[in-house]
Write a protein that binds this ligand. Structure first.
Ligand code: HEM
Length: 247
């Protein structure tokens, strides 16, 4: 279920980023103010209010009880995610790729960052978490194999001499595809030790990504507050200057 959601949402995020990059090829300065452009803007802004239901239900106990009587939290989160991608797509169409005012540029940039940080939070963080657990299982097995291969080697002193005198150089060459380790128990120990080292390195890299991605919730919340402030200013400016233009 989550896989299908990931594919749909991932596709939506790619579409959003591609649509945004359309400004390299196209710009329609009058579209945002036209009837169709305004309809896209209004629909996008309304859809961007839907994601609020999730944090409201999550953080306000009184509303949590009332809202979850009718809709479950996972459903609210799904609504949060789908509306959080669809609203920005409509908003990008509304811009007609006219990025001239500071407010318009900031609003578009923050909106894209909210979506991307939400995507990282939902999918990449979970993905890296799974990767780490899978690799930890492999590492445990590889360490067990290394212990038994070492045990075999300890009982064969003649084979022990086959261990390279400069293991770092051998490992460095092996990483370039030049395998100088001998066969037999010593070669087996070297081969498994390299796999253990590779796995440990990969896990440390994944943990680094996990630490970065883990900050994405705070970033996502701060950016979404800025988004709503900028969106309110944009709507206020639209009504204020739009109505003045009519009079
Ligand atoms: C207009 C767009 C969006 C806004 C304004 C927004 C806002 C927020 C806010 C305020 C929270 C904090 C919830 C809390 O109180 O902890 C949140 C959480 C979250 N958002 Fe968004 N979001 C948007 C779009 C997205 C998108 C597109 C995704 C995914 C692709 C996403 C994924 C998430 C996830 C996974 C959480 C954390 C859920 C949890 O663990 O409780 N959001 N969002």
């Amino acid at each position: 279920m989550k896989e299908r959601e990931g594919i749909i949402v991932g596709g939506g995020v790619c579409l959003l980023l591609l649509a945004w990059m359309g400004f390299f090829f196209h710009s329609s300065p009058r579209f945002a103010g036209s009837a169709v452009g305004a309809a896209f803007g209004i629909a996008g802004a309304v859809l961007m209010l839907f994601p609020l239901a999730y944090p409201v239900a999550k953080r306000i106990p009184f509303l949590h009880a009332r809202m979850t009587k009718h809709v479950s939290m996972p459903t609210l989160l799904a609504l949060h995610i789908y509306a959080g991608v669809l609203g920005p797509i409509l908003a990008i169409i509304h811009t007609g790729h006219k990025y001239e005012s500071h407010l318009g540029i900031a609003l578009t940039a923050i909106m894209l960052l909210v979506v991307v940080s939400g995507f990282v939070l939902r999918y990449l963080l979970t993905y890296v978490g799974h990767e780490i657990s899978d690799k930890l299982v492999l590492l445990q097995t590889a360490r067990g194999d290394l212990d038994s291969a070492w045990g075999v080697l300890e009982n064969a002193p003649v084979e022990m001499r086959a261990l390279p005198r400069a293991p770092l150089v051998v490992a460095g060459l092996a990483s370039l595809g030049l395998d100088l380790s001998s066969g037999g128990p010593a070669g087996e120990v070297m081969r498994i030790a390299e796999s253990v080292a590779d796995l440990e390195y990969a896990i440390r890299t994944d943990e680094l990504f996990k630490r970065w991605f883990a900050r994405s919730l705070k970033l996502h919340i701060v950016l979404s507050v800025i988004l709503y402030v900028l969106l309110s200013l944009h709507i206020w400016a639209g009504i204020h200057f739009g109505l003045r233009w009519f009079s």
